[in-house]
Design a protein around this ligand. Sequence first.
Ligand code: KG4
Ligand code: ZN
Length: 367
Amino acid sequence: MCLIEAEGEFGKNFSYTVLGNALYSQVETHAPYGGVFPNLAKREHERNLVPLLSSALSQGKALHAEENDAKNLSDMLNREPEFALELAAFLSEHARPDIDAIAVTVGPGLEPALWVGINFARALASAWDLPLVPVNHMEGHIILSAATENGLAPVEFPTLALLISGGHTELVLMREWLSYEKIGETRDDAVGEAFDKVARMLGLPYPGGARLSALAQAMREKGGDPAFRFPRPMLNQNNFDFSFSGLKTEVRRSISDTELSNEEKGHIAWAFEEAVADVLTQKTLGALEQYGARTLIVGGGVSANTYIRERLARECEESGDVKLLVPPPEYATDNALMIALAGYFRARRGEFAKNESLKADGNLALA
Ligand code: KG4
Ligand code: ZN
């Protein structure tokens, strides 16, 4: 949950301040299951929304005790009766904060989890009489990657966005802000998903992407070459699509039944990361060239990956000063600031949604 204050437009003195930001990660909840359990995710979201709201408002000095008439939220939250009671209690004890709009993610993602956020936003918007702004999760990643500490980095159009997360691997062309043309995407697994699956094969806890990368980096620093070599899927095809499931299968094949030594695990992680980095950088470079883009925005959880960032930075520099925009690593994975920022720009365009018509769209596309 994130509370921001912002003013200005793209390219015209846009500035923002984070007033409050409260994040709860479910990583530890899901780790024992080796993946995200939709129903568990939903329950955890419900349990955490009111405490997060309270924390974000309080950080932003917008939480004021006040006795209010009890609100009846049971219509809107009829499938979540306990949650309705908790939120009603919060509302009856606190004053309406001085905010202008509520932005909420409507997709893409796991629908049961999206619905929890949407129902919560709808209930708040109705209780506080505020407009609602639906936000596309991937647009949030893009805008956050272009954000500086209190504004936006200048970009030159066309801009290319490389989106790499647990659910997406896409190359998207932007000819102006908030307008997207998808030029390539994965035909099977997303790159973050491949990282997580390979990590699991190596016995690393979920979500293993970052841990796998740490193993790879440790081995790389020892010098020499990886003891394995995995394929670079679709690298030589004349398109901007990706495929990671064959790579994952090759990794599985290379893992014999015998127990792997830590040394071998490190080499597998290293070889896997090299293959992924080669594919991502070369496809991205090709797209930059073909579309004459001189700004590259990289977003999504995998953009936290140190090696992929380094490789992209090197290529951007060598290919004649392409400007590379990546998020601070701690803001690469999902967070609420990205949704607040995207919501601000959508709100400035008057793109509000009717309370009743707001709904989750698990497959929501950018373009
Ligand atoms: O954007 P995100 O937080 O959630 C989705 O929208 O999917 O991305 C999460 C993904 C996970 O697959 C996670 O393993 C991966 O990002 N990830 C990484 C790293 N940090 C997070 N993958 C590789 N290297 C990392 N350092
Ligand atoms: Zn994401």
